[in-house]
Design a protein. Sequence first.
Length: 129
Amino acid sequence: MRKAQQTRSLIAAWFDFMPPTELPVAQEIHRLIRGIAPEMVETIRQGNLLLSINGEPLLAISPARGQVQLLVFNGSDIDADVPGLEGVGRRQRMVRLRSAEPVDIALVERVVRASVDIARRPHAPSLRD
């Protein structure tokens, strides 16, 4: 059985295969997330860089044509507090960051901090609920 945490070289390879237009945006998002929550475990799943805390998927960096999406798996818990989140599903929300525009650092930091704060709470609801 494979381990949940994958090697740094696999994560680096994920970035290496990213289109050059989306690469700087994805790297900036990744840098901001790691600065806020260095304890997050990284894996590659379904072509996305998935970041988890305590075994629960929390965030994902998802490249798309002309943009990079920051997927927030507990986004419904924070969407009232953070403008800029899109989606109406049961739990997941996202922030779309266009490759041709500078990364909105304040928005990304706010979303990541809110998501991580909820996940760090002692009785945080499971994303599987």
